[in-house]
Design a protein. Structure first.
Length: 178
């Protein structure tokens, strides 16, 4: 009898704990846009067939460096806040893919620092027309977000878009190079 009572109380406490941990978002907080990985097509290769080619592309190279701004170069060399700078995060590139986020198509470019792909990685999203760039750079335990090309992107909305794209890519497996 006591085992049945104990099991009942444990179930009750488990349900109570699960319900108590569900917190509704604050009113007016932005909702992450829906995202999905699209079948491979030629648009994913519009700026190059590899991550290195995308970085050197005449249309994209300067925009990518502008996206990261002073963070492109290491902090020790007068750069921004990243110890290594953003450039090493693209040394080992992953496959180029297409992702639809909130009704807009993006080229997804992933990369990582070769000696530490698990914690030093980057996701770059290039809108299909090349007008907008977004990025998430994971530096150890810290995530840095970047936006370029649109006043509609703010410090609050850019992470929602990038993280929605990352979640969609993760549903198909590890989006970063192995």
């Amino acid at each position: 009898m006591s085992q049945v009572l104990r099991a009942g109380w444990l179930c009750f406490l488990g349900v109570l704990f699960a319900v108590g941990c569900t917190v509704a978002p604050r009113p007016g907080s932005p909702i992450p846009p829906a995202a999905e990985v699209l079948p491979a097509d030629a648009r994913a290769l519009a700026y190059g067939q590899t991550v290195d080619q995308v970085l050197q592309n005449a249309q994209m190279g300067d925009k990518i460096r502008a996206l990261f701004g002073p963070d492109w170069t290491p902090a020790a060399q007068g750069g921004g806040q990243l110890i290594m700078g953003a450039a090493p995060y693209f040394e080992r590139g992953g496959p180029l893919r297409m992702v639809r986020i909130g009704g807009e198509d993006y080229i997804a470019v992933t990369g990582c620092v070769p000696r530490d792909c698990d914690t030093q990685r980057v996701l770059l999203l290039i809108r299909a027309d090349g007008s907008q760039l977004l990025a998430r750079l994971d530096e150890g335990g810290f995530s840095h977000y970047y936006g370029y090309g649109s006043e509609a992107l703010t410090r609050n909305t850019a992470p929602l878009v990038v993280d929605s794209g990352l979640r969609a890519l993760k549903r198909t497996g590890n989006p970063y190079p192995a």
